[in-house]
Design a protein around this ligand. Sequence first.
Ligand code: SF4
Ligand code: SF4
Length: 176
Amino acid sequence: MPLLRDIKGSFQPFWVTLRNMFRKPVTVQYPEQRPELPERYRARLILTRDPDGAERCVACYLCSAACPVDCISLQAAEAEDGRRYAAWFRLNFARCIFCGLCTEACPTLAIQVTADFELAGRDPLKLVYEKEDLLVDHCGRQPDYNFYRQTGIGVTAPRGGNPGESPPVDVKDLLP
Ligand code: SF4
Ligand code: SF4
């Protein structure tokens, strides 16, 4: 009956309001009250070190290739012992969407997410983080992982100089 339906429709919003008045509030009084974030929350990215204290990043560019918004750029360099590293590494947090794809792509677990979400700022240029802003002094979420030990690569000499290792191939010589 239309009259009953109208009466019910008029009282329904009041009932919803009344019911919610006695519910436990879900609002967090930030910043006085800190939110409890899930363990795998994705926020600020960091560059971690391996358990020996060396930089994990081997400048393979995979994170940069995987990033859907192109906010990672870097330049590879090679140390005297043949170990690769990032001469510079830049991450634009103003563009980052915190999808975590870069961390999935990273073969050395160098780039990792943290739960630190307090990155907001008014100046977008201040959200461009350089390597020194990203590199931390710990191993992050994987304290035992060492890429060079896991992969069996013992870099003790330049490429081709390790025992039993062939000299590097000049790809230009392979032209038909
Ligand atoms: S979290 Fe996503 S958007 Fe941010 S740097 Fe990594 S891949 Fe790019
Ligand atoms: S952070 Fe990881 S994926 Fe990115 S360049 Fe370094 S080693 Fe490669």
